[in-house]
Design a binder for this molecule. Structure first.
Ligand code: NAD
Length: 361
């Protein structure tokens, strides 16, 4: 088992274990045995991995399956966990293990952080997003009404246990659109990690392989490097939002056909075009973005029914934008973000945004 360390918000560092144990036995060895253990698990994952559930049941762990929907990532979802756990008379030394994708990790992490002012919690991510993104960064949150992730806090898990074998049941489309979020960070911050990862994209699938493990490890390294530099995403950490400005708008305008990663991919391409239109980057940057999207079988064109004006109208609806100002993270080259007056984000004139979007059809 390989161990990496991530900077925490409360702890100096916490371990991120990368295991390939076929039966996840090493996870059970790592977990402490307090008086009570509570597992908050994605209901789909509980069905897909019955042996995982059985192993915890054998040890007397209390299991709470939850449907992984954004609707349940809410105050109501939190309340359900509180009701279930408080009915079992917990004490502060007990632990919570969140098993699932980013939704369950965010919900379980926040629930544990609030129970009796903080119960220890552990992550066992089962999606690629969970393994390469949500595991690091200490962000716990639920949605509030329509607003995504508006209630939350920074708090650290005791450890993350990452096992690529848990991804085998993910669909290719989900997997590829989650991989783009990892590639995005390398593209914005680390040229050598990007080049190594780009090579492996051709043969990457959700099924266990050494290549998949190395890919995940590289993505974790790049996320840890950004978290170490700027955990609260005030400046350098905005790299995590590369491609999100236009990507999020496109996703919102056609969420039935465009998922989050696909939107981010299109948003990255538009951002690369903005860099070129502003004379900050060479055209080859756009070609590299297109090649990445093609390798992951992600869309390279904005659907025709989404008009440039509707995208521009949606751009203000983002919690990283202040008072209508639309912020972009831009690259001047692979692995190098544009920095202006010490800031890694900047505003862009609307005519340039529009011109970049129009090139995207
Ligand atoms: N805290 C952070 O830093 C951070 C980072 C990225 C995303 N997020 C949050 O994470 C959420 C998205 O997470 P996600 O993309 O991991 O997906 P998810 O947790 O929303 O799950 C998506 C779907 O995948 C299913 N699933 C989970 N594991 C599976 C498996 N092994 N096989 C088959 N299906 C499986 C789930 O049941 C669900 O239907 C959002 O709420 C987002 O805000 C948080």
């Amino acid at each position: 088992m390989n161990t990496l360390y991530c900077k925490g918000y409360v702890k100096t560092k916490y371990p991120v274990y990368l295991s390939n144990d076929t039966q996840l036995k090493d996870l059970h060895k790592l977990l402490p045995t307090p008086r009570k253990r509570f597992v908050v698990i994605d209901a789909n994952v509980a069905e897909l991995f019955p042996d995982l559930v059985k192993e915890f049941q054998k040890e007397g762990t209390h299991i709470f399956p939850i449907n992984a929907s954004e609707k349940n990532k809410s105050l109501k979802g939190l309340e359900e966990i509180f009701d279930a756990i408080f009915a079992l008379q917990p004490c502060r030394d007990d632990i919570l293990i969140a098993i699932g994708g980013g939704m369950i990790m965010n919900l379980g992490g926040l629930a544990a952080s609030l129970i009796m002012r903080g119960m220890r919690f552990y992550y066992v991510p089962t999606t690629l997003t969970g393994q390469i993104d949500a595991s690091m960064g200490s962000k716990q949150a639920v949605n509030y009404k329509e607003a995504k992730n508006w209630l939350g806090m920074f708090n650290d898990p005791e450890f993350c246990y990452i096992n690529p074998r848990l991804l085998a049941t993910t669909s290719e489309r989900e997997f590829n659109s989650q991989a783009i979020e990892g590639i995005k960070l390398c593209l914005a911050t680390d040229k050598s990690l990007f080049l190594e990862s780009f090579e492996s994209l051709k043969s990457l699938t959700p099924h266990y392989s050494e290549e998949l493990t190395s890919f995940i490890e590289r993505m974790i390294q790049s996320k840890i490097a950004v978290v170490d530099e700027d955990l609260t995403e005030e400046n350098y950490g905005m790299s995590m939002l590369y491609g999100h400005t236009i990507g999020h708008a496109v996703e919102m305008l056609d969420h039935q056909h465009i998922n989050h990663g696909e939107g981010v991919g299109l948003g990255m391409l538009a951002a690369a075009r903005i860099s070129c239109l502003l004379g900050l980057a060479e055209e080859s940057l756009v070609a590299t973005h297109e090649e990445v999207l093609r390798r992951l079988s992600l869309p390279t064109k904005i659907p025709k029914h989404i008009s440039p004006s509707s995208i521009i109208k949606k751009l203000g609806h983002n919690k990283k934008n202040y008072e209508g100002e639309v912020r972009f993270v831009l690259l001047e080259d692979v692995g190098k973000m544009v920095q202006e007056n010490g800031l890694y984000y900047r505003t862009v004139p609307t005519n340039i945004i529009e011109a970049a979007i129009k090139k995207g059809y």
